[in-house]
Write a protein that binds this ligand. Structure first.
Ligand SMILES: Nc1ncnc2c1ncn2[C@@H]1O[C@H](COP(=O)(O)OP(=O)(O)OP(=O)(O)O)[C@@H](O)[C@H]1O
Ligand SMILES: [Mg+2]
Length: 565
């Protein structure tokens, strides 16, 4: 045991000195373990009786956490306007013509798209997301998911897309970190005009120059006066929006049973590569999948050739309650219709029920409410220093202390830490150093997903016990089968997430999670099986209308039948 801990200490030290960009990103997720810069600004203050007291929970000046960016006099350009107004396009033009640059997107799919676009334009660009790392020779540009933005590097130009997400209750802190922390001469921010006053306010203290460019939609968006009424009125290019997976499959079946259309589906928990392929089939004018049934996962990122958005409902369950969609959600989703340059240059939007039309129309005519606060999360540094004063505390107690006592300026709020706390409660059971507990806490684990929670617990336990986690200990490769029911599908989606978690950990604890390739290949099989299920769901269609089977046949996979997780 002793030698195991010794080995891990050495590993951690070697990580700190690493020049490796991904490891550097890993460090910067902690903001940082390499504490020199950050500790300088941390508020050890003197109380009235002269005693030194710590004030680690003072989060009122988060701009001081990023000295490298503060040394720059950044030119910050906000590109704001409705969806489909060319904001990202303009920002990317600047990025492309710069000597070095960084694109930060909210989704892996967007990071993929941008890396592809830059490489195609002969601007070598690396792709770095939580789960993948594709390096291109000579690249001075990087396309990343916002969490992976490296705030220790210097760039000539950087783009943060969908910047209004700094108000997001769960991921807002990553956008705030990018806004305050990226050390670029030029920082381009693309998003909703509702974020402009808040960003201007936040940047008053950074010394940056701020310009705002407003954009108009490139193609018209027409709210229809009549509802869809019946599903027999669905036509080529339609996208029906609904919010539960059950309803997505119900609607897909209903539409396909009419015998006129085949439906692609897109929703949040589908593996990203499956979402991309479903979207490509829908976009491909020669494919028979000419209708899309989707959740609000289409609100951002995917390039979709949608003619008409049809809301099946304007209510959604948000994890706590059923509520009306907000103005910004309605506008963001509706705005996906009529993409500039697509086969449908005029977008239309309507509802299935006439009763929903007034809310749809009024929302489309209202500006999105102005953002008031940006998300924040205490840095690892602060928590670490606090923990040194309270070595008896577990990570849960430390985080809980910060949540209860943090002092914030009025421009910020602390993001929802429910998931972090749930992981912390589990991880505190294992003898791991604080930074490793923190790592597990920020991993992409949804503890409300039973299978994923089980996977994370097992990974952490095995890691704490032996410092080595083999995938085969919890998963038997080759045992995955095509799901036959929606609940089996859900299970397969969860297994995909466990495999993603393994890959994520393997990038950060490389020696201890050595089976990345195996996990990645099983992940790919998962997505193929899910797609197979999606195709079979149209089983009531006449045989001639079904697509030919994919290259990897089910029988190849079903020889191995037992899953053990
Ligand atoms: N000047 C242009 N020339 C050619 N194509 C353009 C131009 N501006 C935008 N486009 C194309 O129009 C589409 C919409 O542009 P873009 O994605 O930049 O809009 P956006 O405002 O960022 O929208 P979103 O809200 O979806 O992020 C894209 O396919 C983009 O390539
Ligand atoms: Mg955009």
């Amino acid at each position: 045991m002793a030698s195991f801990f010794l080995r891990r200490k050495i590993f951690s030290r070697s990580l700190l000195g690493s020049k490796d960009p991904l490891r550097a990103c890993f460090l910067f997720k902690f903001d940082c373990l390499g504490t020199a810069a950050a500790t300088k600004v941390h508020p050890y203050t003197t109380s009235s009786n002269g005693a030194i007291r710590n004030d680690f929970t003072d989060l009122t000046c988060p701009h001081t956490w990023y000295p490298q960016a503060r040394r720059k006099h950044r030119r910050v350009v906000l590109h704001v306007g409705p969806t489909n107004s060319g904001k990202t396009h303009q920002a990317l033009k600047q990025l492309q013509s710069s000597d070095s640059g960084l694109y930060c997107g909210p989704l892996r799919l967007l990071a993929w798209e941008v890396a592809k676009r830059l490489n195609k334009a002969n601007v070598p660009c690396d792709l770095i997301t939580g789960q993948e790392r594709e390096e291109v020779d000579g690249a001075k540009h990087k396309s990343v998911t916002v969490e992976m933005a490296d705030v220790s590097a210097d760039y000539q130009c950087a783009v943060v897309d969908e910047i209004q997400m700094l108000g997001c209750n769960t991921r807002g802190h990553s956008f705030t970190r990018a806004l305050l922390g990226i050390a670029a001469d030029e920082l381009h921010l693309c998003g909703d005009p509702a974020s402009v006053p808040l960003i201007q306010e936040i940047l008053k203290v950074t010394g940056d120059d701020v310009e705002v460019h407003f954009y108009e939609r490139l193609s018209p968006l027409v709210p229809l006066k009549v509802p869809l009424g019946s599903y027999s009125n669905v036509r080529n290019g339609d996208c029906i929006v609904t919010f539960s997976r059950r309803d997505i499959y119900k609607l897909k079946k209903k539409i396909e049973n009419q015998g006129k259309h085949l439906c692609s589906v897109v929703y949040g928990s589908l593996p990203p590569e499956t979402r991309t392929r479903q979207a490509s089939m829908f976009n491909d004018a020669t494919s028979e999948f000419d209708v899309l049934v989707a959740s609000d996962a289409i609100g951002m990122g995917l390039n979709l050739n949608i003619s008409r958005i049809i809301f099946s409902t304007l209510e959604k369950f948000d994890g706590f309650e059923i509520r009306d969609l907000t103005v910004s959600e309605i506008k963001q989703i509706a705005g996906r219709a009529g993409r500039y340059g697509s086969n449908f240059p005029v977008g239309e939007v309507t509802c299935i029920d006439a009763g929903d039309l007034p809310l749809l129309h009024s929302s489309l005519n209202s500006p999105s409410p102005t953002l008031k606060c940006a998300g924040l999360l205490p840095t690892f540094d602060l928590m670490y220093m606090y923990s040194r004063l309270h070595p008896e505390y577990g990570f849960y107690q430390i985080l809980d202390h910060f949540l209860g006592n943090a002092k914030l300026s009025e421009n910020y709020f602390i993001v929802n830490c429910e998931q972090l706390l749930k992981v912390a409660a589990v991880i505190d059971e294992f003898p791991l150093p604080l930074h490793e507990k923190f790592l597990f806490c920020i991993s992409p684990a949804d503890m409300d997903d039973e299978i994923l929670a089980q996977g994370l617990t097992q990974f952490a336990e095995n890691y704490a016990k032996r410092g080595l986690v083999r995938l085969r200990e919890i998963f038997t490769p080759g045992t995955l089968t095509v799901p036959k029911t929606p609940s089996a599908l859900k299970e397969l989606e969860s297994i995909h997430k466990v495999l993603e978690l393994y890959v994520w950990l393997s990038f950060r604890l490389e020696e201890s999670f050595p089976d990345r390739e195996l996990a990645a290949s099983q992940k790919a099989i998962c997505s193929m099986l899910i797609e197979e299920f999606l195709q079979r769901l149209g089983w009531q269609m006449p045989i001639a209308r079904r697509l030919p089977s994919r290259k990897m046949s089910t029988s190849m996979l079903t020889q191995h039948t037992r899953r053990s997780l």
